[in-house]
Design a protein around this ligand. Structure first.
Ligand code: NDP
Length: 326
């Protein structure tokens, strides 16, 4: 028997509770993982609260990421005792996820826990941090270098934003953090931001072409903010868009793309192939210090997950929520 958080749905009513389950209840898969830690990402908060139709079948164990130890495997890459990390692949949406003491998964979905981290540290990073790694790699691969100018990070105090700031600063970039929490100025400076701006300066409707400022952008919020960021990106600069915390909308024009050669990269962490996953984790392992990780972490229990999910959607959380499932 093991404990898991379960989301139930009946006649449009959704409820969430910790439930004791037998291993036979787990979905199909060739690797059984004993979970050490999971996390609450923005998408987990949507799933747990039911604020968006993230969950595709019920009952569902939420948790789009996990770190743990392989207990049984019939997959060629994994053996009992291997330390592994999982991000995405529809886990926590269509396949029982990480907010559980056990998960049965496809071995193809797993990556090895980087040697630099223990399983808690890997989940301080979690899917938000791994996505930040994908975003930074997109800018670096585009050719944006520290000499090219400032990098804007939106949703700066959130999970993606916090880790993106730390990664960019470690790689030598000058980072400008856009936040709704100006009281977190010290936190954002400590992560490596050189300047903090109020997100209200970006969240109203603006002209499609504005004064050029950003050599690159990591955007976690979408909406007018992403539109304004495009309008302010320098000639041949690039943006990596991964999120919708402000809005799913993208009210802009083609002007920045056809007149300034701006490139907008879409970042998806869920179905990303193994190679970009491992490259993102390699950057995280190289550039994130233990002290930085502690500064962004808040530890919670499985029982606290439903309450904090609402706070995530209200934008009240700073950094990353790590869930000790045991
Ligand atoms: P968090 O909740 O940790 O952070 C989101 C941050 O966005 C908040 O902390 C806040 O930062 C800012 N924010 C919240 N509400 C608004 C608003 N109304 N307008 C503008 N800014 C707002 O979420 P994550 O960092 O985990 O995820 C960020 C986004 O990235 C989410 O939309 C998530 O779904 C998406 N995502 C996408 C992935 C992908 O594969 N594409 C993977 C992981 C995440 P502040 O107060 O500093 O402004």
């Amino acid at each position: 028997m093991f404990n898991a958080l379960l989301i139930y749905k009946s006649e449009e009513q959704q409820s969430v509770a910790i439930s004791s389950q037998e291993q036979q209840a787990l979905p199909e898969g060739d690797v059984l993982v004993r979970v050490d830690y999971s996390t609450i990402n923005y998408k987990d908060a949507l799933a747990i609260t039911g604020a968006a139709p993230v969950v595709r079948s019920f009952p569902m164990v939420p948790g789009i990421d996990l770190a743990g130890v392989v207990e049984e495997s019939s997959h060629s890459r994994w053996q009992a005792g291997d330390k592994v990390v999982l991000n995405g692949w529809g886990v926590g949406e269509a396949h029982w996820g990480g907010l559980s003491q056990y998960a049965r998964l496809k071995g193809d979905w797993l990556v090895p826990l980087p040697e630099a981290f223990d399983s808690r540290q890997a989940m301080i990073i979690g899917t938000a941090g791994y996505t930040a790694g994908l975003c930074v790699n997109a800018l670096v691969d585009h050719g944006v270098s520290p000499e090219d100018g400032e990098i804007l990070v939106t949703g700066a105090s959130g999970g993606v934003g916090s880790i993106a700031i730390a990664l960019l600063a470690a790689a030598g970039y000058q980072v400008v953090a856009s936040t709704g929490k100006v009281a977190e100025t010290e936190y954002l400076h400590a992560l490596g931001a050189s300047e903090i701006i109020d997100r209200a300066t970006l969240s109203a409707s603006g002209k499609p072409m504005q004064r050029e400022r950003w050599a690159g952008v990591v955007d976690a919020v979408g909406g007018h903010t992403l539109a304004n960021a495009c309008a302010q990106t320098r000639y041949r600069g690039a943006l990596a868009a991964c999120g919708l915390a402000e809005s799913m909308d993208f009210p802009t024009s083609v002007a920045p793309f056809i007149l300034r050669g701006v490139t907008l990269y879409g970042i998806d962490s869920v179905m990303a192939p193994l190679a970009p996953r491992e490259r993102a984790w390699a950057r995280l392992a190289r550039d994130l210090k233990a002290q930085t990780l502690e500064s962004v972490a808040t530890d919670i229990t499985l029982a606290q997950a439903p309450d904090v999910a609402a706070d995530v959607l209200a934008g009240k959380i700073k950094g990353r929520l790590v869930v000790d499932v045991n």
